[in-house]
Design a protein around this ligand. Structure first.
Ligand code: PAF
Length: 281
């Protein structure tokens, strides 16, 4: 496994692989990798070569968010990449990705308006811009994203279709701790009490799944059951619990035909997300 810091090194390596007729899978990350990221790297192993980027993208953080405290440990990340079968890590400095006079952005309407887009107004512009840049640098055949960031996955799929990017986007299942908490680099912020309290997210998601399995389709009923679970936990504060269309990410009153049931909850100061994709019958 090779670790490089410059765009040129990535391009030269990938060009060489292409000459050899090899396919390339790509997993973009912000580092502090966990089993969720490793599952994406393993899934990308269906290609001949796997590139992982580790770049804490300042553009997708708002001024009051956790850019400065976001956990970092590149040596640990290298180990996790190696274990999962990555061939190349691209770990650029901010100056490599954004020149001083950087002026161009990729933005999206509609799909970014609800859910995390409401609480984090510039977030998806930062995500779309950096992912476009990374796609242009790596030029992969396929790129892998976790379903935990469900809105991000929908946004990236839309962007790739809208902008005719010749890349297949693969959504991979949420990886959970044994007790149900969805794996996240931000789980490291939680103290022992908060860690216990954080279980309300997966409990609420499970409830939504159960209700859906039992034929409940009314969004308000599902949201109300999830809300009761979260509100029973004093350390939890709901940012949103919403049910949206899989295509538009706009709120819908019934899950008939498929829906994303998504939530963001503050546990103390830590904002966590979780969700359930109902694909419809
Ligand atoms: O999901 C993430 O970790 C980030 O949003 C991504 C896709 C790596 C872009 O910075």
């Amino acid at each position: 496994m090779v670790v490089v810091k410059t765009i040129k090194e990535v391009r030269d390596t990938v060009k060489q692989w292409r000459k050899e007729g090899l396919t390339v899978g790509f997993v973009p990350t912000m580092g502090y990798l966990h089993e969720g990221h490793q599952s994406l790297i393993r899934a990308a192993g269906e290609n001949d070569r796997v590139v992982v980027s580790i770049f804490l993208n300042p553009m997708q953080f708002g001024p009051t968010e956790d850019l400065a405290t976001y956990p970092k440990d590149i040596e640990r990340d290298k180990q996790k990449c190696l274990e999962a079968g990555a061939d190349l890590i691209f770990a650029p400095e901010v100056s490599e990705m954004y020149e001083d006079n950087f002026q161009s952005y990729v933005d999206m309407n509609l799909l970014t308006e609800e859910l995390c887009g409401l609480t984090r107004p510039c977030h998806f512009r930062g995500v779309c811009t950096v992912v476009t840049k990374l796609f242009n640098i790596v030029k992969p055949d396929k790129a892998y994203f976790g379903k935990k960031d469900a809105q991000q996955l929908a946004v990236i799929k839309r962007m790739v279709a809208d902008l005719n990017m010749d890349i297949e986007i693969v959504g991979c299942p949420i990886i959970r701790e044994e007790d149900g908490l969805a794996k996240s680099s931000r789980n490291t912020y939680l103290n022992a009490d908060e860690r216990k309290a954080a279980l309300v997210l997966s409990k609420a998601v499970k409830k939504a799944e159960e209700l859906t399995e039992n034929g409940v389709r009314n969004s308000a009923e599902i949201i109300s059951a999830m809300t009761s679970i979260v509100e029973a936990e004093p350390l939890a504060k709901i940012d949103y619990i919403k049910i949206v269309s899989l295509d538009t990410m706009q709120q819908i009153s019934s899950t008939e035909g498929g829906a994303l049931i998504a939530m963001a909850v503050y546990i103390g100061k830590t904002r966590l997300i979780d969700n359930f994709f109902y694909e419809g019958e």
